[in-house]
Design a protein around this ligand. Structure first.
Ligand code: AP5
Length: 216
């Protein structure tokens, strides 16, 4: 199964991917996670990407496309993969199509996760991540049992640099301008399904997505 989770910052792409990979037994490929790991390790890519990420801007396409092409060559992608946060521009989507054509791969579905802007804002300002295992909590909707401590591994929780209100505003605007054209791009190709995720518990939204993606 090859699918893309498309949606604005805070739509729940990472949260739902984390559950879907257990159901479909395919890896999640999150360009945001890959970039953050590079920033943390201080790689050349991380150094180039950090300034864009901190402002809530997109990292240039040229830095992202090769990274994806390399990642999907890996052995764990042989039965498919779930793309989270890629593509984010029409140029990236065209490049992805080129890679798929070259490799004889077929995109099964694009899930367009729709969430109202005020809900996104609250989800992003409330998000807390674990420094150790990457666990995702939310002080409003999914609080940890102990304030500031990860339920899963006991690690310290932190707020992402780009989850500050002024940066969130910019990320949402960047999504509208640069990424939302992909909704029509994929709708025209008849591979897009809309999921309204403004309301509903995480597991309910996951059920709606598996309803669209079908059985393993
Ligand atoms: P990235 O990490 O991809 O960030 P994003 O797209 O802004 O998405 P988020 O991770 O913020 O949100 P999400 O949709 O995964 O939501 P989550 O599941 O955490 O990218 C970061 C940066 O990297 C970009 O700004 C850019 O600079 C760069 N970048 C990345 N990819 C790039 C690319 N392809 N090209 C160029 N640049 C790129 O959920 C949010 C919160 O809501 C959580 O706390 C969760 O618990 C909660 N929640 C979710 N669903 C529900 C629900 N149903 N009910 C209650 N709470 C919920």
């Amino acid at each position: 199964m090859i699918a893309i989770l498309l949606g604005p910052p805070g739509a729940g792409k990472g949260t739902y991917s984390g559950k879907l990979i257990d159901i479909y037994k395919v890896p999640q490929i999150s360009t945001g996670d890959i970039l953050r790991a590079n920033v943390k390790e201080g790689t050349e890519l991380g150094k180039k990407a950090k300034g864009f990420m901190d402002k809530g801007a997109l990292v240039p396409d040229s830095l992202i496309v090769d990274l994806i092409e390399d990642r999907i060559k890996a052995d764990d992608c042989r039965n498919g993969f779930l793309l989270d946060g890629f593509p984010r521009t029409v140029e990236q989507a065209d490049a992805l199509e080129g890679i798929f054509n070259k490799k004889g791969l077929k995109l099964d579905r694009v899930i367009n996760i729709i969430v109202e802007r005020d809900v996104l804002f609250k989800r992003l300002t409330g998000r807390r991540m674990c420094k150790v295992c990457g666990g995702n909590f939310n002080i409003y909707t999914l609080p940890p049992k102990v304030d500031g401590v990860c339920d899963k591994c006991g690690g310290e929780l932190y707020q992402r640099n780009d989850d500050k209100p002024e940066t969130i505003e910019n990320r949402l605007n960047v999504y509208e301008k640069q990424t939302s054209p992909l909704i029509e791009y994929y709708r025209k190709k008849n591979v897009l399904s809309d999921i309204d995720a403004s309301k509903g518990a995480i597991d309910d939204i996951v059920k709606m997505i598996t309803g669209v993606l079908g059985k393993k």
